[in-house]
Design a protein around this ligand. Structure first.
Ligand code: 6CS
Length: 339
């Protein structure tokens, strides 16, 4: 064999060895979320995947709603280490982390989108306190982000707490959200997502709350056509990793994961800008039964007046830790609102 051939042989061998080493180091991570193709959590997941796959040899498999079960199922699978990443909304995390219910104290978060986004970026409660609370449950919190303003849909327009009388309103499965709807005058009915459309269709429940994009994508307006903007809150969600998995990553991969979450967050902020307006247009085009009611200040006051009793329940449910978190939350809100 001449020298050149030998070298070529060697480099081919080295190349093959290096490729094999990369293949050994390259992992296929699993990530589940609670929504459908093209929805906010799906866009986040695919942006996260794009970053991971563009910046490493790792691959990411995304599972959407229903592929691995309900929200509680994908959380269990993540805690058990079967999944590496999960997007679970605080609406379903209340039994695991009671403090996550803070998002269901009505009228705590403002509805102005720029302020909400700044709050999520800057808040100490979001970026420092919550990661500690999730960590106690074996979860590495990577991002909390807003999906859209909450809107009530019902079988009639709602303009006052009186209109909620005798209406069963579906809530996500956290006890504080039940307190909120109880305070609003309704009969709260906790249900997992998979049962909501059917329950509305069969009149087992008479309403529910969700952001507009979800009311459109899930077709909720077909069975619950009266939309009311109450301005009482935002749908917030959280993306996290199994903590043992995360802690076992190299520093380089930890940074990759953090950077991918930051990248997906920036993309999602752009994605949700104007999303509610676009979704509402689609709803109006698809149905002539839909009505849209935007409460005026006086009407809002009637609901707002009932918020303090929910706040008290939150403190009762979460004790010292919840009280401290709420104080921090309010301080952070004050800071972004005074800018
Ligand atoms: O209402 C729900 O249960 C669902 N809503 C949204 C916006 N995302 C996922 C969640 O399961």
């Amino acid at each position: 064999m001449n020298k050149l051939k030998k070298l070529a042989g060697l480099s081919a061998l080295t190349f093959a060895a290096l490729t094999a080493a990369n293949a050994v180091n390259a992992a296929n991570w699993r990530y589940a979320h609670e929504e459908y193709e093209g929805d906010v959590q799906d866009v986040f997941a695919y942006k996260f995947k794009e970053y991971i796959e563009d910046h490493s040899d790792h691959t990411l498999q995304v599972y959407r709603f229903g592929e691995l079960g309900e929200s509680d199922d994908i959380m269990e699978q993540t805690q058990a280490g079967i999944l590496n990443f999960v997007n679970q909304s605080p609406g379903f995390t209340g039994s695991l982390i009671p403090e996550a219910q803070i998002f269901f104290i009505p009228y705590l978060l403002p509805t102005d989108m720029d302020t909400v986004i700044e709050f999520f970026r800057e808040s100490e409660a979001i970026n420092e306190d919550f990661p500690k609370l999730y960590s106690e449950k074996g979860l590495e919190l990577l991002k909390m982000y807003p999906e859209g303003e909450m809107v009530v849909t019902a079988n009639e327009p709602i303009t006052s707490p009186k209109d909620f009388n005798n209406k069963k309103i579906r809530v996500m499965t956290n006890p504080l959200l039940s307190e909120t709807y109880d305070a609003f005058g309704a009969t709260p009915t906790p249900l997992p997502w998979g049962e909501v459309y059917g329950a509305l269709q069969t009149n087992m429940i008479q309403g529910q709350e969700n952001p507009i994009f979800w009311i459109e994508s899930g077709g909720l307006y077909e069975v619950s056509p009266h939309l009311t903007f109450t301005k009482h809150g935002w749908f917030t969600t959280a993306m996290m990793a199994n903590q043992n998995f995360y802690k076992g990553l190299s520093d380089e991969d930890k940074k990759l994961v953090q950077d991918a979450a930051d990248y997906a967050f920036e993309k999602i902020i752009v994605h949700i800008d104007g999303l509610a307006e676009r979704s509402l247009e689609k709803i109006k085009e698809a149905s002539d039964k839909v009505t849209v009611t935007r409460l005026n200040e006086e009407q809002i006051e009637a609901f707002k007046a009932r918020a303090p009793q929910v706040e008290k329940k939150f403190i009762k449910m979460t004790g010292k830790s919840g009280k401290k978190l709420l104080e921090q939350f309010k301080e952070d809100l004050k800071e972004v609102q005074s800018d």
